[in-house]
Design a protein around this ligand. Structure first.
Ligand SMILES: Cc1ncc(C[n+]2csc(CCOP(=O)(O)OP(=O)(O)O)c2C)c(N)n1
Ligand SMILES: [Mg+2]
Length: 540
């Protein structure tokens, strides 16, 4: 072999990972994966370590979401991998190209009862695009390349490989990995043309753009299509901020009239799930544009559902040359509804109440957040308010847990965001309940000098469960937390900083101090426990 890589399994793995642009690993130590650390250590490849494997996988997912390249978590055999399962599942629901490399008990004595001997593959198969055990040291780079290619191929998602002890500790050699080649799927041009004609010919069209538009690098094409066809755009997930909030076709508050009155709703790069009324929009015809045939809905039948590379589909929509109906009156009507909604929100965000209402926290945050700040939501009602009151100025700056709705993403997403953007504001919005899942990892942030701002909306309850349970049963159980708990003191004890805020006027100055601190800083805001996010469905 002219150009070959030689070394132990960790060295071979690292060469393959680097070929795909992986720049760091997130991990929690375990002997089964030492060669991966040794390779990284020798190469000066950054290793970030955490206090719970969920944080490692969520950090890798944040890197994958923000940078649109693979994020890597290295987890030790058995419990290390099983602690990462919710993170893998979230990545699966979010189409995030995460690779988990797991340790694995030695294959040569499989079945004899080695420490942490467990076959992970059947467990992760349903929540990954590629899952397997590497059988031979020389095969490691090829297996990693195959796993990452699957992860990056639309519809994207996580991949998993485990490396038996003797496979990763042994030496081997393999060809130097070549350039990654990720296949691009072309949609049926007739379906694309029908979608374009439906949108152009509609009286009252609406676009809803979601995470795959961002993940597929199709933000510019989305904007071009919306502008060419003059269609109002709503967003969710990583699609948020796709059009700047000041753009004449960017909408957020006018959802109700838009979805109720539209005659064509075009949903792009997001499933027709509970977030979108399961794809039923009154009498409207639905166009569902997806990045792979697997993403077509099976519970409703859209008028047309082109499946393929979103950039190309959206570029084709922008190039539509057929007849088109004038939408200006429709756009103006929605703009009036949007402005009315924004005025209502502005009032709520200025509320000078005692106790503090969550809306006010967002009013204050909006004053201190830069346009490129990354905001992260981990909680119940408190995060629903974030979705309503924070309007990302740029795409790729808002991280929510996605449709799997897993609490506990916060600290991992914060770590991945900080590693991605060493100089931006990184702000995690925690419900007090959600904070408990990952707060210990404030220590990992402190120790590795990864400053982030944490804002806890501390209502002393699992609000998104307590209020609905009260509404349903007239009582609630298992829904209370300690009121007024000093989450800021927890972060201080872990080496960071923070403060508790009880008066609305103190929120702004506290946030200023937090962003200036240069260390992980928790602003613990005591909020009104009677304030419930208004929602139509009671089940979360
Ligand atoms: C891992 C996980 N466990 C439980 C839930 C159910 N759940 C959804 S929201 C919520 C309450 C969150 O409370 P908190 O973080 O304090 O936010 P609040 O609603 O009070 O603002 C719970 C328990 C979940 N989504 N994920
Ligand atoms: Mg709460």
């Amino acid at each position: 072999m002219a150009e070959a890589i030689e070394g132990h399994g960790g060295d071979l793995a690292l060469a393959a990972l680097r070929a795909f642009g992986v720049d760091e690993m997130f991990t929690l130590s375990g002997g089964h994966v030492f060669p991966l650390y040794d390779a990284a250590h020798k190469a000066g490849f950054p290793i970030y370590d955490v206090r719970h494997e969920q944080t490692a996988v969520f950090a890798a997912e944040a890197v994958a979401k923000l940078q649109r390249r693979p994020g890597l978590a290295v987890l030790t055999a058995g419990p290390g991998v099983t602690n990462g399962i919710s993170g893998l599942t979230s990545a699966f629901f979010n189409a995030s190209p995460v690779l988990v490399l797991g340790g694995r008990a030695p294959q040569f004595r499989w079945g004899s009862g080695s420490l942490q001997e467990f076959d992970h593959v059947p467990l992760v198969a349903p929540i990954t695009k590629y899952a397997g055990t590497v059988g031979d040291t020389d095969a490691i780079p090829g297996e990693i390349a195959a796993a990452l290619t699957a992860a990056l191929t639309a519809h994207r998602g996580p991949a998993f490989l485990d490396l038996p002890l003797e496979v990763v500790f042994s030496s081997g050699e393999a060809a130097t990995p070549g350039e990654p080649a990720v296949p691009v799927l072309e949609a049926d041009p007739d379906e694309v043309a029908r979608a374009a004609a439906l949108l152009a010919g509609a009286e009252r069209p609406v676009i809803i753009a979601g995470s795959d538009v961002w993940g597929g690098g199709a933000i510019d094409e989305l904007r071009a299509a919306a502008e060419a066809l003059r269609v109002p755009v709503f967003t969710n997930g990583m699609g948020r901020g796709a059009l700047p909030p000041s753009h004449p076709l960017a909408f957020a508050k006018a959802r109700r009239p838009a979805f109720n009155e539209a005659d064509v709703v075009c949903v792009i790069g997001t499933p027709l799930d509970f977030r979108l009324g399961f794809g039923e929009f009154g009498a409207a015809q639905v166009v569902h544009i997806v990045d792979a045939p697997t993403q077509r809905a099976t519970h409703v039948t859209p008028a047309v559902a082109p499946a393929g590379d979103l950039r190309r589909i959206l570029a084709a929509l922008a190039d539509h040359r057929g007849d088109r109906v004038d939408h200006e009156e429709w756009i103006a009507g929605l703009r009036a509804a949007e402005d009315a909604g924004a005025a209502r929100d502005a009032e709520a965000m200025a509320a000078d109440t005692d106790p503090i209402r969550p809306a006010r926290i967002y009013g204050e945050l909006r004053k201190v957040l830069a346009d490129d700040a990354v905001t992260i939501g981990d909680g119940g009602d408190f995060v629903s308010y974030a979705g309503r009151y924070l309007t990302p100025a740029q795409p790729g700056t808002w991280l929510d847990p996605g449709p799997y709705g897993c609490l506990g993403t916060g600290m991992g997403y914060a770590m991945g965001a900080r590693v991605t953007y060493p100089d931006r504001q990184i702000c995690v919005l925690f419900g007090d309940g959600a904070a408990g899942f990952s707060l210990m990892d404030a220590e990992s942030l402190v120790r590795q000098q990864l400053p982030v701002v944490m804002v806890v909306g501390n209502n002393g309850i699992w609000g998104l469960e307590k209020h609905p349970m009260q509404a349903m049963y007239g009582y609630d159980v298992a829904a209370d937390l300690q009121p007024g708990l000093r989450y800021d003191d927890v972060v201080k004890a872990l080496g960071g900083a923070g403060e508790t805020v009880e008066k609305a006027a103190e929120i702004g100055p506290a946030l200023e101090r937090a962003f200036a601190a240069g260390v992980p800083y928790l602003v613990n805001v005591l909020t009104d426990p009677t304030d419930a996010y208004p929602r139509s469905s009671n089940l979360a």
